[in-house]
Design a protein around this ligand. Sequence first.
Ligand code: RIB
Length: 313
Amino acid sequence: MAKKVLIIGSSNMDLSMNVFKVPEAGQTVIDDGGVAYTPGGKGGNSAIAFAKLGAEAVFCTKLGADIHGQKLYNFYKESHINTSYIKVDHDNPTGFAVVIKEDSGENRIIVYPGANNYISNDNIVDAFNCEPDAVYLGFEIPFSQVLTAAKVAAARGIPIFIDAAPASKDYPLENLPEVEVFSPNETETLEYTGITPAGSESCLRAAYSLYSKVKCKYIVIKLGARGAFIYDGKHFDVISPYKPPKVVDTTAAGDTFTAALTIDYLSNGGDIKQAARYGAAAAAIAVSRPGASSSVPSEGEVIEFMRSQHVGF
Ligand code: RIB
């Protein structure tokens, strides 16, 4: 039976801009690399990933009463996400992000949180009425609300998975109850620990530093094109990356990785290495497609891709 995952997080409308090179301060460039509005937000991208990868995805988020909110809501509905716990804020706009993608592959994202900042503790507690098998959290909503969600989940014995993005060294990570997986990317790891996870030795130092702050079973550091690093407090493993069919847009690759890891982990009895390989395969497909939510592959596509790479389950 499909696992029911409650995703509590952000929704943004992304303005995705492709440019050859980001202008310097004071410079104007004319560039027809392409521009589009696409559904995004780390919470929304993850919810889409869960739905496409075979979970029963229940999304708790807050949208503005505007055209972006309406479009995102329709998109979630069409994507078979349970929208019963999506709330509408009549005073604040839907979250908005400007995603600037350089031809070099470099991404820069600016988020205007809008309604995401106003998801309330009541909204969160209410969403637990869906009786999820797991809770999935990200940090694009206020940290106090993340703590509320994590504490409710812990009190009910519901496993917690955290995609630790975006990062701030001010977050009191030590206040989180025990989580199953805590997963930042390279930049976020640097922000949390002051250590750049370059080689195995620095990855281990960073993972150890995170492990001493966050009560968790596994730290999983996403290393982009270098794969992932797993640490359980005693041992570490390095997960090799998959070669993407082509690199088009890395936006939401990290969201896809952690959501895919989570759904596989829940379905395979907690084999973290297998789950990370599944996450890496899903992310490799995501980077070969444009946009955020729109780049997330389906379960069938990930399985087919892994087969084509001669990787068994
Ligand atoms: O992780 C990618 C996402 O970050 C984008 O969709 C953007 O909305 C920001 O939340």
